[in-house]
Design a protein around this ligand. Sequence first.
Ligand SMILES: Nc1ncnc2c1ncn2[C@@H]1O[C@H](COP(=O)(O)OP(=O)(O)OP(=O)(O)O)[C@@H](O)[C@H]1O
Ligand SMILES: [Mg+2]
Length: 353
Amino acid sequence: MKIKSIHIENFRGYKDRFFEFKDKMNLIVGNNASGKTSLLEALYFCMCGKSFKGRDIDAINFDSFYFKLEMLSEVDDIEYNLFCYVDRNSDKRIMINGKKINRLSELISIFKFVFFDPDTTELIKRQPKLRRRFLDMEVTKLYPYMTKVYSEYQKALLSRNAFLKSYDKKDIIDLYDTQISQLGFLIFQKRQEIINKLSIEAQKVFSYVFENKSMLELKYMPSIVASDKEEYYKEMKKSIDRDFSFGYTTKGVHRDDFEILIDKKSAINFASEGQIKLAAISVVLATSLLYPEPVLILDDVFSELDKFKIRNLVKFISQYQSFVTSAEDLRAFEREGILEIGSANVIFLEKNL
Ligand SMILES: Nc1ncnc2c1ncn2[C@@H]1O[C@H](COP(=O)(O)OP(=O)(O)OP(=O)(O)O)[C@@H](O)[C@H]1O
Ligand SMILES: [Mg+2]
């Protein structure tokens, strides 16, 4: 896919701006608070129907009642005109080529993009919930029909947990168990598949971009391991007494996690800050290898990296259309002959948006 332009109205610090983009690297340069992240957030909003930063209305310019975004893009030779409108009364409209969409998941099936921001390192450092969200996002990007499976699983899980708290009838709960284990097994399989692919690709990025001899691996840590849904069901049943005494479902895909290992050791426990950042970038960039023509949205990806890593990263990024922010003007490195960004579209942002 390719993003051609965006028209931004009253979004964050932007009042009214139009940006045109190139098919290669779009390097967004500007001082702190000049609107670099906000521009990426606007693109992200168009492709996901929500922000990576929090509530929709927080993105409305302080002096305005609404924001509007209009993004022109092309996916598989089809033009998409994406329109978003959000106002302070929580009226939210998203339209593709003039037609209102009913579900945000419609966007996932069209726009394939890879997103990195400084918080992505939390993927390694923080709670399993973040890693599950990351993984499930990749599963749904590759298999959009899985969105429904996740929401049905969530619904069934809530009903089962409510039942566990109020009753002690093991035969009735079987209705939920059958459904949960079928949906759960499907999610388990898809996660396993994505982890296996990502593990191989992340290692490639890690060693190519970062000239790193260390080994990077992703290891799935499911709470139930099974080779078919019947086995998944049986495994789930083993913890039924525990589930009743705790009042919630103690095993299932909602308790899964994955680990990032560097040279077979858990990154969370042993890696340095720099290694964690490199590993997180590698895992995220690895997702770009899952789709034919993704767009890369990378916020502040170069900071803390030495100039040789930046050079390799720029080379990798240049294979795709990308939107990359930097508080530093990388052309200084170009003058030193370290990297080539000649074909990039450099967008300078002034403080006044
Ligand atoms: N709803 C809003 N209305 C108006 N301004 C806002 C709103 N939300 C955030 N801002 C402001 O927008 C400005 C641009 O923020 P942004 O995060 O895009 O900057 P940046 O260029 O990425 O900076 P940095 O280099 O520090 O990451 C900030 O000064 C911020 O306070
Ligand atoms: Mg920023």
